[in-house]
Design a protein around this ligand. Structure first.
Ligand SMILES: Cc1cc2nc3c(=O)[nH]c(=O)nc-3n(C[C@H](O)[C@H](O)[C@H](O)COP(=O)(O)OP(=O)(O)OC[C@H]3O[C@@H](n4cnc5c(N)ncnc54)[C@H](O)[C@@H]3O)c2cc1C
Length: 85
């Protein structure tokens, strides 16, 4: 939204009669970061491994960083997804 249509009004976001893409993104970031989440930009996740016994998940990214977490929410948009045949 911020990159493709920052100046476009969006009319279907709950709680907003209309909101600019740029303003919605800014407010989403402010809301999401208010409790101190760590942000890692410019990394592409290319592997995810679940360690059952430790109940922890490892993400591996380009350019070769590792991130460990007990929870992963995948919000990769529609681009990388493919229906199972
Ligand atoms: C011109 C245009 C106008 C639109 N107008 C509206 C509108 O008015 N109202 C409306 O409701 N919707 C609208 N949409 C649709 C809306 O933009 C999308 O539905 C919405 O952005 C989807 O959000 P998302 O978070 O699911 O995915 P995205 O916004 O696509 O975000 C996914 C992110 O995941 C990242 N990613 C993907 N794979 C990886 C990986 N392996 N590692 C790390 N990161 C990864 C991508 O780089 C991207 O930043 C419009 C779309 C376009 C193109």
């Amino acid at each position: 939204m911020a990159a493709l249509y920052p100046e476009k009004y969006i009319y279907d976001v709950g709680g907003f009669p209309k909101v600019l893409g740029r303003d919605l993104v800014r407010n989403l970031a402010e809301q999401g970061l208010q409790f101190g989440a760590k942000v890692c930009l410019g990394e592409r996740v290319n592997a995810l491994r679940h360690f059952d016994q430790l109940k922890i998940i490892r993400l591996t990214t380009e350019p070769g960083h590792e991130h460990w977490s007990r929870t992963v929410v995948i919000s990769a948009g529609v681009g990388p997804s493919r229906p199972r045949s």
